[in-house]
Design a protein around this ligand. Structure first.
Ligand code: MN
Length: 311
C-alpha cells in the first residue's frame, strides 16, 4: 500500500484536461511511490463512465463523489475537502489542478518531508508583478483583499499544493472560515483566502513544480526545467495552439482524442469567434508583456526565488 498520491478533484466538465494530466502524472511517478487519483464530484452518467473506464485501464483511481461533500460550496473549493474523501493511509498528498501538464518525475515531490502544519506552494506571478512594476501597494489587488504587504510579496498560487493529509482538516477550516467571513466573494475564491489565512507561513516550492505557462514567453523553461506546467488562465492549451505554447502543448490533447475517440463527443470546443479573439489576445500579450517579464530584473528575481525555495 503506498502512502502518497497525486490527487485531482473536478466535476465532469473538467475531466478532459484532467485525464491528460493524470495520465502524464501516472507515467511520472513510480507505482510504488504514489497513486494517481481523480475525484469526480457529481452524479455518475455515461460521460463519467467513459472516463472511469479509461482510468481503470491505465492505473488511475477514479472515484465519484457526491456533491454533498462540498457543503454547498462551488467546485473551486473542492480541494479543501479532499481529507473527507481520501483514505487515511495517504500521508502525503500532491494536489494538482486539471489545467496542468506533467513532464518529469513527481517522485521527489511526493517524498519530500514537510514539517507539521506547513505546505508547499509556488509563488504566484502576481507577487512579482506588483513589486517590479513599482506599483504603490495600496493600489494593488492584493492590498484590496486585505493582504499585508509582507504576505503579498509571497502571494502563492493554489494550483499545485503538496501537503500532509493529517494537516489538511485544520488548514481547510481556517481557509473556509476566512472565505465565509467575506461571503465567499473573492476573485480567486480558493487562492485568496488561503493566502490570507496563511500569509507567508508556507514553504516555497520551485517553479519547476508549478510553472506558469506564460513564462514560456520569456524562455524561463531553460532556467527552471519545469516538470509541471500550469495553464492558469483562458485560453487553455486544449482550446487551441495559441501563443506562447503553440503546437507543443496543444497536441497532447489531440493525441488523447486519437487514442480515445470516445472522448471526442464528450467535450465542448470553442466557437470560431472566440478562437479568433484568443489568437489576437495571446499575440498581443506576447508583444506587450514580454519586455517586462523577459527583463533582467524579473529574471534575477525569478532566479532568486528558485535559489531560496524550500524544495
Ligand atoms: Mn489552474
Amino acid at each position: 500500500m503506498v502512502s502518497a498520491c497525486c490527487c485531482y478533484i473536478v466535476n465532469a466538465g473538467y475531466l478532459f484536461p484532467t485525464l491528460l494530466s493524470a495520465l502524464q502524472a501516472r507515467r511520472s511517478c513510480t507505482d510504488a511511490v504514489g497513486d494517481v487519483i481523480i475525484l469526480c464530484v457529481g452524479p455518475s452518467d455515461s460521460t463519467t463512465d467513459a472516463y472511469r473506464a479509461i482510468c481503470d485501464a491505465h492505473g488511475i483511481r477514479f472515484m465519484s463523489v457526491s456533491a454533498d461533500v462540498l457543503d454547498g460550496l462551488p467546485i473551486s473549493f473542492a480541494r479543501f475537502f479532499v481529507h473527507r474523501i481520501l483514505e487515511r493511509r495517504y500521508k502525503s498528498v500532491l494536489y494538482l489542478d486539471g489545467d496542468t501538464q506533467v513532464c518529469g518525475s513527481l517522485d521527489p515531490l511526493l517524498q519530500v518531508s514537510i514539517p507539521k502544519g506547513r505546505f508547499l506552494a509556488a509563488r504566484d506571478p502576481m507577487s512579482i508583478e506588483y513589486q517590479e512594476r513599482n506599483t504603490k501597494y495600496e493600489e494593488t489587488y492584493l492590498h484590496s483583499i486585505g493582504l499585508p504587504a509582507a504576505s503579498a510579496r509571497r502571494y502563492f498560487n493554489s494550483g499545485v499544493i503538496r501537503f500532509n493529509l493529517e494537516d489538511w482538516p485544520e488548514t481547510s477550516s481556517r481557509v473556509l472560515s476566512v472565505s465565509g467571513d467575506r461571503n465567499h466573494g473573492f476573485r480567486f475564491p480558493d487562492q485568496d483566502p488561503l493566502n490570507i489565512a496563511f500569509g507567508d507561513d508556507y514553504l516555497t516550492m520551485s517553479y519547476k513544480w508549478n510553472f506558469p505557462a506564460f513564462f514560456l514567453n520569456s524562455g524561463f523553461q531553460t532556467l527552471i526545467e519545469p516538470r509541471v506546467y500550469h495553464f492558469m488562465s483562458n485560453p487553455r492549451p486544449w482550446d487551441g495552439p495559441f501563443a506562447p505554447w503553440g503546437r507543443n502543448w496543444f497536441e497532447p490533447y489531440t493525441k488523447l482524442i486519437r487514442q480515445f475517440p470516445q472522448l471526442e463527443n464528450l467535450r465542448s470546443g470553442i466557437k470560431p469567434l472566440r478562437y479568433l479573439k484568443y489568437m489576437l489576445q495571446q499575440r498581443y500579450k506576447q508583444l506587450v508583456e514580454t519586455p517586462f517579464w523577459g527583463s533582467q530584473p524579473i529574471r534575477k528575481r525569478v532566479l532568486q526565488i528558485e535559489q531560496d525555495a524550500y524544495f
